[in-house]
Write a protein that binds this ligand. Structure first.
Ligand code: NAG
Ligand code: NAG
Ligand code: NAG
Ligand code: NAG
Ligand code: NAG
Ligand code: NAG
Ligand code: NAG
Ligand code: NAG
Ligand code: NAG
Length: 627
């Protein structure tokens, strides 16, 4: 036991050193070699976690960063969100939740490093993957390939962000916290779809990034053909089998999934911490030295920031810090203990190559044995069978699907399957906080009944069915498609078939709701098939087509369409080719009901009987928040 205690002492002195790292704000050099990132000449083993600054608010950033540091992280990672930073070409926005400089400085104040994934493609289940809508309307542009219009815009934004960071002295060489940057994102997953243009684009993105002279290494994740000196990194649930594309690059893991994102209609994702800890331990066991949790804190897709199709508002991700900023237990604590155990072995892991040894069927040992000492990882990779193994003259019990960490090749200080952290602490501190700090008082509900088929100042008529994104330009999620159907003979029943590219639609016949259809995240397409009754004379058919987040992933995702593309009656009469009347946005949006400044508008109704079970009603309630 004496040995073990001294090992812990070494660990705490490292921690103190880490905590004081940035107080001087002195220049730091960052390079890499085959084993690790090298900071001021010293190879480092680093734990990182993703926190996307606009998925929370500046008021809570310090607390999230503090909880990350207490959880054993060294680095905070974030994407940069082009569409919100440059909503109109040439007009920039860096305020509030989008105050990137403030966020990076807060991380620095906490003594942590930053990995800035500039992209500018983010994916991130973020609206349009982070691309601004105006980019789509540049004639002749093609995204993410060797198209000069796209490359010019992408380079302009890369320069903008790098310049901003340099002006604020935020790169490590300037005394700042940024030790790593990313260009593009997971392009290797879709490169095949872009032919030779894809390969050329990778070369261009790499050389453009390097030319920006950030003085810190660049990474491209999921990019096997990342050119030197860019480090290609792994994203995945497990990355122990990953090797970079050159022996001169370290083994790095930029997205280690703490859970998954939620889409409407799907089960809430959940990843047991035992499995997450197993995957992380296996990565370091097999020579990895940098690992980033995606997400460490997920947060919320505020406003219309969620990507699509049909990505949900919550971006909780089953992360170690939950959507509301509370520690998710036992996940957070178990991972903190894992980080401590691995950090104790840091000197061995960054300086030695492991020796692999089979210690039985599905049982592996990796030994880091050097002149100064010895650390070992014992792994049972069998899904269901526990095992007793003998190693280095001792007997160890290895639960199924687990890794034991032995910082002295003798004593087990951590096993990934043995969760010993208390489960109850999170719940009680949660209640404590809610009771103590907040008091919410709410007004009575008020409502507004949206009229079906109302046309405002921007309605227009066009032949055929228009594609939705090109029509709305994403200023609204909603597009009304209206047509009138004249029946000469008596009232009759017809079979109506509607095809939509996504994401959801309401069908009204003569202003009455008759149908509802929606797709899902994996296939936004859907149909509405319905026997309907038409009156003699004029009948109105109105479709309210809805987008639930612009697509953010996949080859050529930026030109995927949405909205109604087919309407037939009795399978023979094609209404698609007729003239349709269009209205972008809903009446409520036109009236500004979604705008807090209009909260007291006289259009709101109130009373004792709240209307329910009707289509298209806006509801409002004011919450008064006391401290
Ligand atoms: C890159 O930046 C560093 C630090 O500012 C500077 O010393 C160096 O000359 C620059 N290199 C090039 C090629 O511009
Ligand atoms: C580590 O190396 C030393 C010296 O070669 C050797 O005596 C020892 O058995 C090794 N330990 C393990 C666990 O392999
Ligand atoms: C491991 O050894 C312990 C103690 O001898 C025994 O109780 C247990 O059943 C063994 N487990 C396995 C999987 O062999
Ligand atoms: C339509 O009305 C809205 C709300 O009053 C206004 O913001 C918008 O500029 C108008 N559009 C046109 C084309 O007049
Ligand atoms: C959606 O429907 C369109 C039109 O039929 C088709 O071209 C497209 O492949 C479909 N997409 C999916 C994901 O099924
Ligand atoms: C039917 O509706 C269309 C379009 O609104 C209109 O032009 C036409 O006059 C109407 N016909 C009758 C008979 O009401
Ligand atoms: C949108 O319009 C552009 C031209 O502005 C066209 O190239 C593209 O195919 C359209 N997209 C869809 C999904 O129809
Ligand atoms: C609406 O009116 C209430 C009561 O007068 C007031 O407290 C509130 O601040 C107003 N809200 C807005 C957004 O103006
Ligand atoms: C809601 O209205 C529909 C028809 O308008 C009716 O079939 C349904 O039973 C109603 N549901 C409830 C919960 O009142």
């Amino acid at each position: 036991m004496g040995r073990l205690c001294s090992v812990f002492l070494i660990f705490s002195s490292i921690l103190i050193f880490g905590g004081h790292y940035f107080e001087g704000g002195s220049a730091t050099t960052v390079t890499y070699d085959s084993k690790a990132l090298v900071i001021d000449g010293k190879r480092r083993l680093l734990f990182s976690g993703s926190i996307h600054y606009p998925r929370s608010t500046p008021e809570v950033w310090p607390e999230l960063i503090r909880k990350s540091k207490e959880g054993g992280l060294d680095v905070i990672e974030s994407y940069v969100f082009w569409n919100y930073h440059e909503p109109v070409r040439g007009q920039y926005y860096f305020e509030g939740r989008f105050d990137l400089v403030k966020f990076v400085k807060m991380v620095q104040e906490a003594g942590l490093f930053v990995h800035l994934r500039i992209g500018p493609y983010a994916c991130a289940e973020w609206n349009y993957g982070g691309f601004p809508m105006w980019l789509h309307f540049i004639p002749g542009i093609q995204f993410r390939t060797t198209n000069s219009l796209f490359k010019n815009e992408m380079e302009r934004f890369l320069v903008k962000i790098v310049t901003l960071m340099k002006e604020q002295n935020l790169f490590a060489s300037q005394g700042g916290p940024i030790i790593l940057s990313q260009v593009e994102n997971e392009y290797g997953n879709v490169e095949w779809a872009y032919g030779i243009g894809g390969a050329l684009y990778v070369q261009w993105a790499a050389s453009t990034a390097v030319a920006l002279n950030t003085t810190v290494p660049w990474v491209m994740c999921q990019q096997e053909d990342a050119p030197d000196p860019i480090i290609n990194t792994c994203n995945g649930f497990y990355c122990d089998r990953f090797t970079p594309n050159s022996a001169s690059k370290p083994k790095m893991w930029t997205e280690s999934y703490s859970g998954w994102f939620l889409s409407f209609g799907y089960a809430i994702p959940y990843r047991p911490v035992e499995d997450l800890a197993f995957s992380v331990a296996r990565f370091f066991e097999t020579g990895g030295t940098f690992q980033n949790y995606y997400m460490y804190f997920g947060g919320t897709n505020f406003g219309r920031t969620a990507g699509g199709p049909l990505v949900a508002t919550s971006y909780d991700y089953d992360a170690p810090i939950d959507e509301y900023g509370f520690l998710r237990q036992p996940k957070w604590s178990h991972l903190r203990d894992l980080h401590k155990a691995i950090k104790i072995c840091e000197d061995y892991l960054v300086n030695l190559d492991p020796t692999y040894m089979s210690i039985g069927s599905n049982l592996e040992a990796h030994i880091y044995n050097g002149t100064a000492g010895c650390a070992a990882f014992l792994a049972n990779i069998d899904h269901s069978l526990d095992a007793n193994v003998s190693f280095n003259g001792n007997l160890y019990t290895l639960p199924a699907w687990s890794v034991s960490i032995l910082p002295d090749c003798k004593n087990v200080i951590f096993n990934t399957a043995k969760v010993v952290s208390q489960k109850s602490t999170a719940g009680s501190s949660h209640q404590h906080k809610v009771n103590k700090e907040y008091f919410l008082e709410s007004s009575a509900w008020q409502w507004y009944k949206e009229q079906v088929g109302t046309q405002y100042n921007n309605s227009f008529v066009a032949p055929g069915l228009l594609e939705q994104i090109n029509t709305t330009r994403d200023i609204s999620d909603y597009l009304w498609y209206s047509i009138s159907i004249n029946v000469n003979e008596e009232a009759k029943e017809v079979f109506l078939h509607i095809g939509s590219l996504g994401h959801a639609a309401l069908l009204f016949i003569n202003k009455r709701l008759e149908g509802f259809g929606y797709g899902d995240h994996d296939d936004a397409n859907f149909t509405i098939d319905k026997q309907i009754k038409l009156n003699q004379g004029n009948n109105s058919l109105e479709l309210l087509s809805m987008m639930v987040g612009l697509q953010n992933y996949g080859p050529w995702f930026d030109i995927a369409g949405a909205g109604i593309y087919l309407v037939t009656l009795d399978a023979v009469e094609d209404l698609s080719v007729r003239e349709w009347t269009y209205q972008v946005g809903t009446e409520g949006e036109y009236l500004g009901l979604d705008n807090v400044n209009h909260a007291n508008s006289s259009v709101w109704s109130s009373g004792n009987l709240l209307p329910t079970n009707q289509s298209l009603i806006w509801y409002k309630k004011e919450m008064v928040h006391w401290h």
